[in-house]
Design a protein around this ligand. Structure first.
Ligand SMILES: *Cc1c(COP(=O)(O)O)cnc(C)c1O
Length: 499
């Protein structure tokens, strides 16, 4: 299957090339030439399969240039070996009749990004091999928290790769920082950067644009690559769990074959909800996709008005993984919805770059609104939702999931649409223990590690081993670098092995 750039200028012969390149040279994102259809009989069959077999069924349709063995290898490395602490990988939890939460955080770093970042390193190394690439891959990541740790854990000790993660000195939570600084593996490296997330991000961007540095690395047999969510290899694994959710509800006789469901996704970069849209295109009967934002509600406004405008205040919220004003993956949705008109996409994205905003026409907007519904949750509403959900269902949710539940309640009030719903739960509550503890117990305990114990005591819900364990783990990294010196650091540590 060929992959096309959403800005029209570049094509890839197969998935391996698209995954290896990550982003298209014309600035666009790669999309599959056609969408493999999946009828209700296949979904019914999926109900009898385990998660790895479900992943094989769906991913094979997009990875036509991969052999059966190659796909098998990637899937078993990612979802086997007890890397996830739940045998179903993405289990469904029922809150009440017709309202379900899909827990996507049973992976090693306790956020949904594991589902994709556990398999991406293997898709990438297989893709490199298939396209005749000889170099070692060095992954560079600038992170505001969750991505960095999930990428470290995914690439750790994967042969032919190494990874350097930069995080802003001030700007990640205590738990997130400790998770990264205690990272194990001999091909991993972590450093703080003086400044905020933008400084770290800009530093990484300028390293990617530095031809001289690229040549020096090439002499060491190393090529740079990125693990961020515009890579098709990160989107594809996420399609699987939406089909899997439908298959589970059907197998458990919660819905009948072919009946519609709605899906709610707490959204930042628009990657996770876009995967649900692809599942819908394949044939999973998803009626409505409900896009939930926090106070950074640029997507709420876009879906309701057709105006995308990033010229607004940036809020630091208690759902920090959704604090984002440029949702990169929206470009793929617009490409599909406007009939794959790459020219229009290019001009909107050019406008976005130059003015920070663009407007789509009425016709396109009404097509978006046929499928999507959007709203946002304020900080107070998110806190209240955590408390309400605990009191009503005895179910502990993190801040991001609470945004989703709050927006779903607004949807229900406004539309009275009682179609069975699956709400994507994107992080373990213990990953954001400080904020969850504050919401539930009204305690502003600043020590996040204390908050973990406190929450466990109060709720009786055990914290994941991966989070409980970090307090006792040795800290392996301590450096902090000026943004201007990140390139030198990359050169220094590239190719080194760590004890
Ligand atoms: C990354 C992240 C999100 C946002 O997902 P997108 O794919 O960027 O829309 C939501 N919740 C959590 C916990 C995350 O880590």
């Amino acid at each position: 299957m060929k992959y096309q750039s959403s800005r029209g200028k570049n094509w890839c012969e197969g998935a391996a090339q698209a995954i290896k390149m990550g982003i298209s040279p014309d600035g666009g994102l790669f999309v599959p030439e056609n969408i493999p259809p999946m009828d209700i009989d296949i979904i019914k069959t999926m109900g009898q399969l385990n998660y790895q077999e479900r992943a094989r069924l769906i991913m094979a349709g997009y990875l036509e240039d991969f052999s059966k063995e190659e796909i098998e290898h990637c899937i078993s490395e990612a979802y086997g070996h007890d890397k996830f602490d739940h045998p179903q990988i993405a289990p469904i939890h029922q809150l009440e009749k017709d309202i379900y939460v899909q827990e996507l955080w049973h992976g090693p770093t306790c956020a949904f990004k594991d589902v994709a970042l556990q398999i991406l390193p293997h898709l990438l190394t297989v893709s490199m091999r298939k396209t005749g690439e000889q170099s070692q891959i060095l992954i560079l990541v600038a992170t505001s928290g969750d991505t960095g740790k999930a990428a470290l854990e995914g690439f750790r000790d994967v042969r032919g790769t190494s990874i350097i993660v930069f995080y802003p000195e001030e700007g990640v939570s205590e738990v997130q920082k400790r998770q990264m600084l205690t990272q194990e593996g001999e091909n991993v490296f972590v450093s703080a950067v003086k400044g905020n997330f933008d400084d770290a991000q800009n530093g990484v961007k300028s390293i990617f644009g530095d031809q001289q540095l690229a040549a020096q690395l090439f002499n060491k047999g190393i090529k740079l690559s990125s693990a961020n969510s515009i890579n098709w290899g990160r989107l594809l694994p996420q399609i699987v769990y939406y089909a899997s959710a439908y298959a589970d509800l059907l197998a458990d006789e919660k819905i009948s074959a072919g009946a519609p469901i709605n899906v709610v996704v707490p959204t930042g970069n628009f990657g996770n909800i876009l995967a649900a849209y692809y599942a819908r295109l394949m044939g999973v009967n998803i009626k409505r996709l409900i896009c939930a934002s926090n106070s950074n509600n640029v997507l709420t406004d876009f879906i309701n008005t057709g105006v995308y405008d990033r010229n607004r205040h940036f809020y630091k919220t208690i759902s920090p993984s959704m604090d984002i004003l440029i949702s990169s993956n929206l470009e793929r949705l617009l490409f599909e919805i406007c009939g794959r008109d790459a020219g229009r996409i290019s001009s909107w994205m050019e406008e976005l770059k130059n003015t920070g905003r663009y407007t789509v026409d009425e016709q396109l907007l009404s097509k978006v609104q046929e499928v999507f519904w959007a709203d946002y949750s304020s900080e107070l509403e998110t806190q209240q939702t955590i408390k309400k959900v605990w009191n009503k269902y005895n179910y502990l949710t993190d801040t991001h999931t609470a945004v989703g539940i709050n927006v779903y309640n607004k949807y229900l009030t406004r539309t009275s649409d009682t179609t069975p719903v699956v709400i994507a739960s994107t992080a373990s509550p213990y990953k954001f223990a400080g904020s969850v503890c504050q919401a539930l117990l009204d305690k502003s305990d600043t020590d996040e590690f204390k908050a973990i114990d406190e929450l466990e005591r109060y709720t009786g819900v055990a914290a994941p081993a991966a989070i409980k364990g970090i307090a006792g783990k040795a800290i392996r990294f301590s450096g902090c670098v000026d943004a201007a010196h990140m390139g030198q650091m990359v050169l220094r540590v590239a190719g080194q092995k760590r004890e």
